[in-house]
Design a protein around this ligand. Structure first.
Ligand SMILES: *Cc1c(COP(=O)(O)O)cnc(C)c1O
Ligand code: SF4
Length: 373
Protein backbone atom coordinates (compact mmCIF):
# COMPACT_ATOMS: atom_id res chain seq x y z
CA UNK A 1 0.00 0.00 0.00
CA UNK A 2 1.37 3.33 -1.05
CA UNK A 3 0.03 6.86 -1.38
CA UNK A 4 0.06 8.01 -5.05
CA UNK A 5 2.57 10.74 -4.11
CA UNK A 6 5.29 8.04 -3.81
CA UNK A 7 4.26 5.98 -6.85
CA UNK A 8 7.51 6.64 -8.70
CA UNK A 9 9.69 5.51 -5.79
CA UNK A 10 11.54 2.26 -6.53
CA UNK A 11 10.44 -0.78 -4.49
CA UNK A 12 13.93 -1.24 -3.13
CA UNK A 13 13.81 2.30 -1.73
CA UNK A 14 10.32 1.96 -0.33
CA UNK A 15 11.40 -1.19 1.51
CA UNK A 16 14.50 0.46 2.94
CA UNK A 17 14.10 1.87 6.44
CA UNK A 18 16.84 4.40 5.70
CA UNK A 19 14.82 5.76 2.79
CA UNK A 20 11.67 5.80 4.92
CA UNK A 21 13.48 7.70 7.68
CA UNK A 22 14.99 10.21 5.27
CA UNK A 23 11.70 10.88 3.52
CA UNK A 24 9.55 11.44 6.57
CA UNK A 25 6.92 14.16 6.45
CA UNK A 26 7.96 16.90 8.84
CA UNK A 27 6.49 20.14 7.50
CA UNK A 28 3.14 21.66 6.62
CA UNK A 29 4.06 21.97 2.93
CA UNK A 30 5.06 18.29 2.68
CA UNK A 31 1.90 17.21 4.47
CA UNK A 32 -0.31 19.31 2.20
CA UNK A 33 1.10 17.49 -0.81
CA UNK A 34 -0.53 14.26 0.31
CA UNK A 35 -3.67 15.38 2.16
CA UNK A 36 -6.21 18.13 2.36
CA UNK A 37 -5.95 19.33 5.95
CA UNK A 38 -8.78 20.49 8.17
CA UNK A 39 -8.42 23.98 9.71
CA UNK A 40 -7.80 22.35 13.10
CA UNK A 41 -4.99 20.23 11.66
CA UNK A 42 -3.39 23.19 9.91
CA UNK A 43 -3.38 25.16 13.16
CA UNK A 44 -2.02 22.14 15.01
CA UNK A 45 0.88 21.66 12.59
CA UNK A 46 1.78 25.35 12.81
CA UNK A 47 1.31 25.84 16.54
CA UNK A 48 1.79 22.53 18.37
CA UNK A 49 5.50 22.51 17.59
CA UNK A 50 6.90 21.79 21.05
CA UNK A 51 6.29 18.10 20.20
CA UNK A 52 7.55 17.63 16.66
CA UNK A 53 5.68 16.08 13.78
CA UNK A 54 7.23 13.24 11.79
CA UNK A 55 5.45 10.60 9.70
CA UNK A 56 7.07 7.86 7.65
CA UNK A 57 5.78 7.53 4.07
CA UNK A 58 4.81 3.96 5.02
CA UNK A 59 2.60 5.06 7.94
CA UNK A 60 1.24 8.06 6.01
CA UNK A 61 0.09 5.66 3.28
CA UNK A 62 -2.20 3.91 5.78
CA UNK A 63 -4.21 7.13 6.16
CA UNK A 64 -7.58 7.26 4.45
CA UNK A 65 -7.35 10.73 2.82
CA UNK A 66 -11.13 11.07 2.59
CA UNK A 67 -11.74 10.50 6.32
CA UNK A 68 -10.77 13.27 8.78
CA UNK A 69 -11.50 10.83 11.64
CA UNK A 70 -9.19 8.12 10.23
CA UNK A 71 -7.55 6.39 13.21
CA UNK A 72 -4.09 6.53 11.62
CA UNK A 73 -4.45 10.21 10.78
CA UNK A 74 -5.58 11.06 14.32
CA UNK A 75 -2.50 9.37 15.76
CA UNK A 76 0.09 11.19 13.66
CA UNK A 77 -1.26 14.59 12.51
CA UNK A 78 -1.39 17.31 15.17
CA UNK A 79 -4.57 19.33 15.74
CA UNK A 80 -5.10 22.54 17.67
CA UNK A 81 -6.70 20.45 20.44
CA UNK A 82 -3.16 19.63 21.57
CA UNK A 83 -2.93 23.21 22.80
CA UNK A 84 -5.75 22.63 25.31
CA UNK A 85 -4.88 22.01 28.90
CA UNK A 86 -7.32 20.64 31.45
CA UNK A 87 -7.55 20.86 35.22
CA UNK A 88 -5.82 17.58 35.97
CA UNK A 89 -3.23 17.66 33.18
CA UNK A 90 0.44 17.56 34.14
CA UNK A 91 3.74 17.46 32.23
CA UNK A 92 5.00 14.19 33.72
CA UNK A 93 1.96 12.29 35.06
CA UNK A 94 3.90 9.11 35.83
CA UNK A 95 6.56 11.05 37.78
CA UNK A 96 9.22 9.34 35.70
CA UNK A 97 11.70 12.17 36.27
CA UNK A 98 11.11 12.14 40.05
CA UNK A 99 11.82 8.38 40.22
CA UNK A 100 15.21 8.63 38.54
CA UNK A 101 18.05 7.53 40.79
CA UNK A 102 20.44 8.41 37.92
CA UNK A 103 19.69 10.31 34.69
CA UNK A 104 18.01 8.20 32.02
CA UNK A 105 16.71 5.42 34.29
CA UNK A 106 13.36 5.21 36.10
CA UNK A 107 13.24 2.75 39.00
CA UNK A 108 9.68 2.58 40.35
CA UNK A 109 8.93 -1.07 41.07
CA UNK A 110 11.33 -3.07 43.23
CA UNK A 111 12.43 -5.59 40.59
CA UNK A 112 12.11 -3.65 37.30
CA UNK A 113 13.71 -0.56 35.79
CA UNK A 114 13.14 1.47 32.67
CA UNK A 115 16.10 2.72 30.66
CA UNK A 116 15.73 5.58 28.15
CA UNK A 117 18.18 5.13 25.28
CA UNK A 118 16.85 7.50 22.60
CA UNK A 119 14.37 10.33 22.32
CA UNK A 120 13.74 9.76 18.62
CA UNK A 121 10.90 7.86 16.96
CA UNK A 122 10.11 7.32 13.26
CA UNK A 123 6.60 8.70 13.85
CA UNK A 124 5.73 10.98 16.77
CA UNK A 125 2.44 9.70 18.17
CA UNK A 126 0.25 12.62 19.11
CA UNK A 127 -0.85 10.76 22.25
CA UNK A 128 2.70 10.17 23.51
CA UNK A 129 2.91 10.30 27.31
CA UNK A 130 6.55 11.41 27.09
CA UNK A 131 5.98 14.34 24.77
CA UNK A 132 7.62 16.54 27.41
CA UNK A 133 10.95 15.16 26.20
CA UNK A 134 10.53 12.77 23.26
CA UNK A 135 11.31 14.42 19.88
CA UNK A 136 13.51 17.05 21.53
CA UNK A 137 17.13 16.35 20.55
CA UNK A 138 18.40 18.57 23.41
CA UNK A 139 17.07 16.12 25.99
CA UNK A 140 18.34 12.95 24.30
CA UNK A 141 20.31 10.65 26.58
CA UNK A 142 24.09 10.83 26.23
CA UNK A 143 26.14 7.65 25.88
CA UNK A 144 28.00 8.88 29.02
CA UNK A 145 24.74 8.89 30.95
CA UNK A 146 24.15 5.22 30.00
CA UNK A 147 27.32 4.35 31.90
CA UNK A 148 25.83 5.82 35.11
CA UNK A 149 22.63 3.85 34.49
CA UNK A 150 24.58 0.61 33.92
CA UNK A 151 26.56 1.26 37.09
CA UNK A 152 23.31 1.68 39.03
CA UNK A 153 21.93 -1.56 37.56
CA UNK A 154 25.11 -3.43 38.45
CA UNK A 155 24.93 -2.39 42.08
CA UNK A 156 21.15 -2.98 42.47
CA UNK A 157 20.66 -6.76 42.57
CA UNK A 158 16.89 -6.45 43.22
CA UNK A 159 16.46 -5.44 39.57
CA UNK A 160 15.73 -8.57 37.53
CA UNK A 161 14.04 -7.01 34.53
CA UNK A 162 15.12 -4.01 32.42
CA UNK A 163 12.88 -2.27 29.89
CA UNK A 164 14.93 -0.68 27.12
CA UNK A 165 12.74 2.21 26.05
CA UNK A 166 12.79 5.83 24.89
CA UNK A 167 11.63 7.33 22.47
CA UNK A 168 12.20 4.31 20.30
CA UNK A 169 15.36 2.29 20.91
CA UNK A 170 15.32 1.12 17.27
CA UNK A 171 16.29 4.69 16.34
CA UNK A 172 19.82 3.64 17.36
CA UNK A 173 22.11 1.67 15.06
CA UNK A 174 22.29 -2.13 15.29
CA UNK A 175 25.83 -1.84 16.64
CA UNK A 176 24.84 0.58 19.39
CA UNK A 177 21.83 -1.56 20.35
CA UNK A 178 23.94 -4.70 20.49
CA UNK A 179 26.37 -2.93 22.84
CA UNK A 180 23.54 -1.95 25.18
CA UNK A 181 22.01 -5.43 25.23
CA UNK A 182 25.41 -7.04 25.67
CA UNK A 183 26.19 -4.79 28.64
CA UNK A 184 22.84 -5.60 30.25
CA UNK A 185 23.22 -9.33 29.64
CA UNK A 186 26.59 -9.31 31.41
CA UNK A 187 24.90 -8.21 34.66
CA UNK A 188 24.22 -11.55 36.36
CA UNK A 189 21.04 -10.61 38.27
CA UNK A 190 19.24 -9.27 35.17
CA UNK A 191 17.06 -12.11 33.97
CA UNK A 192 14.70 -10.46 31.52
CA UNK A 193 15.39 -7.72 28.99
CA UNK A 194 12.53 -5.99 27.22
CA UNK A 195 12.66 -3.91 24.08
CA UNK A 196 9.88 -1.32 23.78
CA UNK A 197 9.41 -0.31 20.17
CA UNK A 198 6.70 1.02 17.89
CA UNK A 199 8.77 0.42 14.76
CA UNK A 200 6.69 -2.72 14.10
CA UNK A 201 3.78 -0.34 13.52
CA UNK A 202 5.35 2.81 12.10
CA UNK A 203 8.48 1.53 10.32
CA UNK A 204 8.42 -2.29 10.07
CA UNK A 205 11.20 -2.13 7.42
CA UNK A 206 13.58 -1.37 10.34
CA UNK A 207 13.39 -5.02 11.46
CA UNK A 208 16.15 -6.38 9.23
CA UNK A 209 17.91 -9.73 9.45
CA UNK A 210 20.93 -7.83 10.69
CA UNK A 211 18.98 -6.29 13.57
CA UNK A 212 17.69 -9.73 14.59
CA UNK A 213 21.18 -11.26 14.42
CA UNK A 214 22.57 -8.36 16.49
CA UNK A 215 20.10 -8.86 19.36
CA UNK A 216 19.55 -12.61 19.24
CA UNK A 217 22.55 -13.53 21.43
CA UNK A 218 21.04 -11.70 24.39
CA UNK A 219 17.81 -13.67 24.89
CA UNK A 220 15.42 -13.89 26.64
CA UNK A 221 14.18 -10.66 25.07
CA UNK A 222 10.54 -9.60 25.24
CA UNK A 223 9.44 -7.10 22.60
CA UNK A 224 6.69 -4.72 23.70
CA UNK A 225 4.99 -3.00 20.83
CA UNK A 226 2.08 -0.61 20.42
CA UNK A 227 -0.65 -1.41 17.89
CA UNK A 228 -3.79 0.64 18.47
CA UNK A 229 -5.99 -0.20 15.51
CA UNK A 230 -6.52 -3.15 13.11
CA UNK A 231 -5.64 -0.87 10.16
CA UNK A 232 -2.05 -0.99 11.46
CA UNK A 233 -1.86 -4.79 11.08
CA UNK A 234 -0.33 -4.91 7.59
CA UNK A 235 1.66 -7.50 5.66
CA UNK A 236 4.80 -5.44 6.28
CA UNK A 237 4.17 -5.55 10.03
CA UNK A 238 3.49 -9.27 9.87
CA UNK A 239 6.77 -9.82 8.10
CA UNK A 240 8.66 -7.88 10.80
CA UNK A 241 6.88 -9.74 13.61
CA UNK A 242 7.69 -13.08 11.95
CA UNK A 243 11.37 -12.17 11.99
CA UNK A 244 11.29 -11.58 15.74
CA UNK A 245 9.08 -14.53 16.64
CA UNK A 246 10.88 -17.02 14.37
CA UNK A 247 14.10 -16.14 16.18
CA UNK A 248 12.68 -16.77 19.63
CA UNK A 249 11.70 -13.27 20.73
CA UNK A 250 8.35 -13.00 22.52
CA UNK A 251 6.24 -10.13 21.20
CA UNK A 252 3.34 -8.55 23.04
CA UNK A 253 1.19 -5.48 22.60
CA UNK A 254 0.42 -2.46 24.71
CA UNK A 255 -2.59 -0.73 23.21
CA UNK A 256 -3.41 2.76 24.44
CA UNK A 257 -7.13 3.42 24.81
CA UNK A 258 -7.83 6.50 22.66
CA UNK A 259 -11.19 8.20 22.33
CA UNK A 260 -12.66 7.90 18.84
CA UNK A 261 -9.73 5.74 17.69
CA UNK A 262 -10.26 2.46 19.51
CA UNK A 263 -13.07 3.03 21.99
CA UNK A 264 -15.38 0.84 19.91
CA UNK A 265 -15.47 -2.67 21.44
CA UNK A 266 -15.62 -4.19 17.93
CA UNK A 267 -12.37 -2.43 16.99
CA UNK A 268 -10.58 -3.71 20.09
CA UNK A 269 -11.88 -7.22 19.49
CA UNK A 270 -10.75 -7.19 15.85
CA UNK A 271 -7.35 -5.74 16.79
CA UNK A 272 -6.63 -8.32 19.48
CA UNK A 273 -7.79 -11.31 17.43
CA UNK A 274 -5.69 -10.10 14.50
CA UNK A 275 -2.66 -9.65 16.74
CA UNK A 276 -3.07 -13.16 18.13
CA UNK A 277 -3.06 -14.55 14.60
CA UNK A 278 0.13 -12.56 13.99
CA UNK A 279 1.61 -14.26 17.11
CA UNK A 280 1.47 -11.17 19.30
CA UNK A 281 -0.10 -11.54 22.71
CA UNK A 282 -2.29 -8.59 23.78
CA UNK A 283 -0.70 -7.61 27.11
CA UNK A 284 -1.98 -4.23 28.22
CA UNK A 285 -4.79 -1.89 27.32
CA UNK A 286 -3.45 1.30 28.89
CA UNK A 287 -5.75 4.13 29.89
CA UNK A 288 -4.57 7.36 28.26
CA UNK A 289 -2.80 9.20 31.07
CA UNK A 290 -2.92 12.79 32.26
CA UNK A 291 -0.07 14.24 30.16
CA UNK A 292 -0.83 17.80 29.03
CA UNK A 293 -2.43 18.19 25.63
CA UNK A 294 -3.91 14.68 25.51
CA UNK A 295 -7.36 15.48 26.90
CA UNK A 296 -9.06 15.10 23.52
CA UNK A 297 -7.73 11.51 23.34
CA UNK A 298 -8.91 10.46 26.77
CA UNK A 299 -11.80 8.03 27.11
CA UNK A 300 -13.58 7.44 30.41
CA UNK A 301 -12.75 4.52 32.67
CA UNK A 302 -16.32 3.32 32.07
CA UNK A 303 -15.50 3.09 28.35
CA UNK A 304 -12.52 0.88 29.17
CA UNK A 305 -14.54 -1.38 31.46
CA UNK A 306 -17.32 -1.64 28.88
CA UNK A 307 -14.79 -2.84 26.31
CA UNK A 308 -13.41 -5.48 28.65
CA UNK A 309 -16.91 -6.67 29.51
CA UNK A 310 -17.68 -7.05 25.81
CA UNK A 311 -14.65 -9.31 25.38
CA UNK A 312 -14.81 -11.62 28.40
CA UNK A 313 -16.49 -14.90 27.55
CA UNK A 314 -16.87 -13.93 23.90
CA UNK A 315 -13.28 -14.25 22.73
CA UNK A 316 -10.36 -16.35 23.90
CA UNK A 317 -8.84 -15.16 27.16
CA UNK A 318 -5.57 -14.92 25.20
CA UNK A 319 -7.09 -12.01 23.27
CA UNK A 320 -7.99 -10.08 26.44
CA UNK A 321 -5.39 -7.63 27.71
CA UNK A 322 -5.07 -6.33 31.27
CA UNK A 323 -6.73 -2.93 31.44
CA UNK A 324 -4.41 -0.67 33.43
CA UNK A 325 -4.47 2.87 34.70
CA UNK A 326 -1.01 4.26 35.46
CA UNK A 327 -1.62 6.39 38.54
CA UNK A 328 -0.57 10.03 38.86
CA UNK A 329 1.90 10.94 40.27
CA UNK A 330 3.97 7.81 39.84
CA UNK A 331 1.67 5.43 41.74
CA UNK A 332 2.30 2.69 39.20
CA UNK A 333 -0.19 0.62 37.23
CA UNK A 334 -3.44 -0.71 38.67
CA UNK A 335 -5.48 -3.31 36.77
CA UNK A 336 -9.24 -2.90 36.48
CA UNK A 337 -11.81 -5.58 35.65
CA UNK A 338 -15.58 -5.29 35.34
CA UNK A 339 -17.19 -6.29 38.62
CA UNK A 340 -17.96 -10.02 38.70
CA UNK A 341 -18.58 -10.38 42.45
CA UNK A 342 -22.19 -9.45 43.30
CA UNK A 343 -21.96 -10.17 47.03
CA UNK A 344 -19.99 -12.05 49.62
CA UNK A 345 -21.08 -13.32 53.06
CA UNK A 346 -18.32 -15.25 54.82
CA UNK A 347 -17.50 -18.21 52.62
CA UNK A 348 -20.51 -17.63 50.31
CA UNK A 349 -19.74 -15.76 47.13
CA UNK A 350 -22.24 -14.67 44.52
CA UNK A 351 -20.96 -14.03 40.98
CA UNK A 352 -22.37 -12.82 37.72
CA UNK A 353 -20.99 -14.34 34.53
CA UNK A 354 -20.39 -12.75 31.15
CA UNK A 355 -24.09 -13.19 30.28
CA UNK A 356 -25.09 -11.50 33.57
CA UNK A 357 -26.42 -14.82 34.91
CA UNK A 358 -26.01 -15.31 38.66
CA UNK A 359 -23.95 -18.17 40.17
CA UNK A 360 -23.13 -19.05 43.79
CA UNK A 361 -19.83 -20.40 45.02
CA UNK A 362 -18.80 -21.62 48.49
CA UNK A 363 -15.25 -21.63 49.75
CA UNK A 364 -14.33 -24.98 51.29
CA UNK A 365 -13.91 -24.96 55.09
CA UNK A 366 -10.19 -24.51 55.33
CA UNK A 367 -9.95 -24.98 59.14
CA UNK A 368 -10.37 -28.78 58.78
CA UNK A 369 -7.52 -29.14 56.34
CA UNK A 370 -4.71 -28.45 58.81
CA UNK A 371 -1.39 -28.71 57.02
CA UNK A 372 -3.08 -30.15 53.96
CA UNK A 373 -2.44 -33.82 54.80
C1 LIG B 1 5.09 -0.07 33.13
C2 LIG B 1 6.38 0.09 33.77
C3 LIG B 1 7.20 -1.02 34.04
C4 LIG B 1 6.82 -2.43 33.63
O1 LIG B 1 5.67 -2.87 34.26
P1 LIG B 1 5.04 -4.32 33.96
O2 LIG B 1 3.72 -4.25 34.64
O3 LIG B 1 5.96 -5.32 34.58
O4 LIG B 1 4.96 -4.50 32.48
C5 LIG B 1 8.38 -0.80 34.71
N1 LIG B 1 8.77 0.44 35.09
C6 LIG B 1 8.00 1.51 34.85
C7 LIG B 1 8.48 2.84 35.31
C8 LIG B 1 6.78 1.38 34.18
O5 LIG B 1 6.04 2.46 33.91
S1 SF4 C 1 6.67 5.58 19.58
FE1 SF4 C 1 6.30 5.68 21.79
S2 SF4 C 1 7.82 7.14 22.57
FE2 SF4 C 1 7.65 7.45 20.35
S3 SF4 C 1 6.15 9.06 20.08
FE3 SF4 C 1 5.06 7.09 19.93
S4 SF4 C 1 4.33 6.72 22.01
FE4 SF4 C 1 5.94 8.29 22.17
Amino acid sequence: MRHAFWNSVKDSQWQSWVWQQQNRIKSLSQLEKILELTPSERLGVVKATQFRMAITPYYASLIDPSDPACPIRRQCIPTDKELNSQTYDVEDPLAEEAHMPVPGLTHRYPDRALLYVSHHCPVYCRHCTRKRKVSDPRTAPHPQSYEKAFEYLRKTPEIKDVLVSGGDPLSLSDVRLAEIFKTLRKIPHIEIIRLSTRNLVTLPQRVTENLIESLKPYQPIYVHTHFNHPKECTLESKHAIDRFVNSGFVVNNQMVLLRGINTDPEVVKRLNLTLLRMRIQPYYMIHCDLASGLSHFRASIDDGLRILKSLRGRVSGMAIPHYVVDLTPGGGKVALTPEAVLSRKGSAWRFKNYQDKVFDYHDPEFHDLGDGV
